[in-house]
Design a binder for this molecule. Structure first.
Ligand code: ATP
Ligand code: FE
Length: 334
């Protein structure tokens, strides 16, 4: 089938066309308006989605070199995400499905982050079931056990902030623009990861907590800035390297613990933070211990519609279609 995927859950408007498991186009309009606010402003996000959605979808269709009437189904993000943003994508998806008289497919955004692995060329080979996926993004940090396309279980997750949120909030304290994650990654390359030690909060099982780390870093920086007002500027690379080192270790510790407990040898990474070079590097080292490691290409880590389209393709084959009356859901469990 040829399927159009539409993603609008947060601050990226994206549309992609997939044929089988091959991506024909994947167009992303990232909203710049949020940078100066240090985080996504929901009202501005939905307005920008309204401006972007038509040109983004038109571009996706023309880049795919297909005609609108070639589409067999429309897949869209039903949740989780910002309600106003989700509604722009869902309204458009529904109208187009009616106009073309094709089925609608409802896609869970977090499932899509993981299923990006099944896009042809997303990695050297797709993960085989069962595998564990560490999904680390702007709003989620989860260890997910996948036994099949339909058997997904969240076995651990954050009790407060997500890993991406920790990057972004700590970056904001250090004066970096939103989203700070990629900037910290870049600055960390010139820094010493052991320059500063930050306490890692202890959490039972496979769950996470990042808000304590954020507070710890903030208190440390406040103390240092009182002695030396230029502390952050003078130590920016070391600070970024140390923060990144701590967050990536925290992310991986729980994944490895779960892998040992469950005896699972295939480990995957998904979500925006999986673009992080240190996280990718550290996980890759696990291959030396006999693990199989799956890390998607950069373009499929942060929000994109290709990942929505691949879930659309899998659900289409299983005839799992949506309804015109379904409501977008800000909170939506896997
Ligand atoms: P969710 O998927 O949970 O709804 P989201 O869609 O907003 O949240 P993504 O687009 O998947 O999140 O990821 C965005 C997050 O990834 C941001 O927090 C950003 O800082 C982080 N990020 C992107 N690149 C990097 C990087 N190289 N290093 C660290 N963090 C990164
Ligand atoms: Fe996302």
């Amino acid at each position: 089938p040829i399927i159009l995927g539409i993603e609008s859950s947060c601050d990226d408007t994206s549309a992609a066309v997939i044929q089988g498991s091959t991506i024909l186009s994947n167009v992303i309009a990232s909203q710049k308006v949020h940078q100066k606010y240090g985080g996504v402003v929901p009202e501005l996000a939905s307005r920008a989605h309204q401006q972007n959605i038509v040109p983004v979808i038109q571009t996706a269709i023309s880049e795919a070199k297909i005609r609108q009437k070639d589409l067999d189904a429309i897949a869209y993000t039903i949740g989780p995400g910002l309600l106003g943003s989700l509604l722009v994508g869902s309204s458009f998806a529904k109208s187009l499905a009616i106009a073309l008289d094709v089925p609608l497919i409802e896609v869970n955004h977090m499932q899509a982050h993981i299923f990006a692995h099944f896009i042809k060329d997303a990695n050297d080979e797709a993960p085989e079931f069962p595998f564990l996926c560490l999904t680390v993004s702007g709003g989620h940090t989860q260890v997910v056990l996948l036994k099949s396309y339909t058997d997904l279980e969240v076995i651990g997750e954050t009790r407060d902030d997500a890993a991406g949120e920790a990057f972004d909030k700590i970056g904001k304290i250090m004066g970096l623009k939103y989203p700070a994650g990629p900037e910290i990654d870049r600055l960390a390359k010139e820094g010493n990861p052991n320059a500063f030690k930050f306490t890692k909060p202890k959490v039972d099982g496979y769950d996470y907590s990042f808000s304590g780390l954020k507070t710890g870093v903030m208190n440390f920086l406040n103390q240092q800035q009182q002695k030396n007002p230029n502390f952050i500027q003078e130590n920016l690379n070391d600070l970024c390297a140390s923060v990144q080192h701590t967050i990536t270790d925290m992310c991986l510790e729980k994944l490895y613990l779960a892998a040992e407990d469950l005896g699972i040898k295939s480990l995957a990474l998904a979500g925006g933070v999986s673009a992080n070079s240190e996280l990718r590097h550290k996980l890759n080292l696990k291959t030396e211990e006999g693990y199989k490691v799956f890390i998607p290409k950069f373009e499929y880590t942060t929000d994109n519609a290709a990942m929505i389209a691949i879930v659309g393709k899998i659900k289409y084959e299983n005839e799992q279609f949506g309804e015109l009356t379904s409501k977008s859901q800000a909170r939506f469990k896997l």
